[in-house]
Design a protein around this ligand. Structure first.
Ligand code: PAF
Length: 283
């Protein structure tokens, strides 16, 4: 497994004639890898000849009061997991090289980036779309894999890839959960043991709404009311949003159907967690 820090070196490998017909499969991450990332890497391993993992805590997708400075990092463990998953190249650029002082270009996906996390984290999806475009241009992948836990992020990246005619297949992979249902996230590392228990209100709310949907409830108002009530029972939880939206365009709906998205964002202490489900699909 090769570790590459320089953009030029990564790009040189990607466009080298020796690449030939070999397909590059790419898993972009911010590091602090967990089983969710490992599932992307294992699937990625099957989809091409060269598997590239990037680790870059992208400063421009964090708001001023967000957790950029304390975002968890553990490169040694990340490299261990990467090697176990058969990664060929770990690309770890520096912020100084990704964003030199003269940098001034951004990629914006308009409507899809507005609701949900976009409304609570202004500029977040511009930061994501910009860095993913840069990484795509550096790594030149044929296929890129992203987790569905960041549902809106995946929708934004799919839109961007299609709108900009990038010849890259985008693969969304199912949410990986702990045994008790908590969605895996690098930010789970912030939770105290007590908060870790409180965090289960997200999956409880999702399960409640799914149960109601399965027994025939289709009213968005009712489904939202019941999901919110589950979270409100948890004293340590503060709802950021609980919303039901069309699964493709993320438009508001009054009636839920198969393919409809339920997305939740909840603060547990200082930690903001997100989770989601699509009605009619497996949890
Ligand atoms: O999902 C993430 O880890 C990040 O948002 C991504 C896609 C690597 C861009 O920084």
């Amino acid at each position: 497994m090769k570790i590459i820090n320089s953009i030029i070196a990564m790009q040189a490998l990607a466009i080298a004639p020796e690449r030939g017909e070999r397909r590059i499969v790419f898993v972009p991450t911010m590091g602090y890898l967990h089983e969710g990332h490992a599932s992307l890497l294992r699937e990625g391993r099957k989809r091409g000849e060269v598997l590239v993992l990037s680790i870059f805590v992208n400063p421009i997708q964090f708001g001023v009061h967000e957790d950029l400075d304390r975002y968890p990092r553990d490169l040694e463990n990340d490299c261990r997991i990467a090697a176990e998953c058969g990664v060929d190249i770990v690309f770890i650029p520096t912020a100084a090289e990704m964003y030199p002082p003269a940098f001034q270009t951004g990629v914006t996906v308009r409507d899809l980036a507005l609701p949900l996390c976009g409304a609570r984290r202004p500029g977040h999806f511009d930061g994501v779309a910009t860095v993913v475009t840069k990484l795509f241009n550096i790594v030149r992948p044929d296929v890129a894999l992203f987790g569905c836990k960041d549902y809106q992020q995946l929708a934004v990246i799919r839109r961007m890839t299609s709108d900009l005619n990038l010849p890259i297949e985008i693969v969304g992979m199912p949410i990986v959960r702990e045994a008790d249902g908590l969605a895996m996230s690098s930010r789970n590392a912030y939770l105290s043991p007590h908060e870790r228990q409180s965090a289960l209100c997200l999956i409880r709310a999702i399960r409640k709404a799914r149960e109601l949907f399965t027994t025939g409830e289709r009213s968005v108002a009712v489904l939202l009311h019941e999901a919110r009530a589950v979270i409100e029972k948890e004293p340590a939880a503060v709802i950021d949003y609980v919303e039901i939206r069309d699964g493709e365009l993320l438009n508001e709906l009054e009636v839920a159907d198969s393919g409809t998205l339920l997305a939740v964002a909840v603060k547990i202490g200082q930690t903001r967690l997100i989770d989601n489900t699509v009605f009619g699909e497996e949890l």
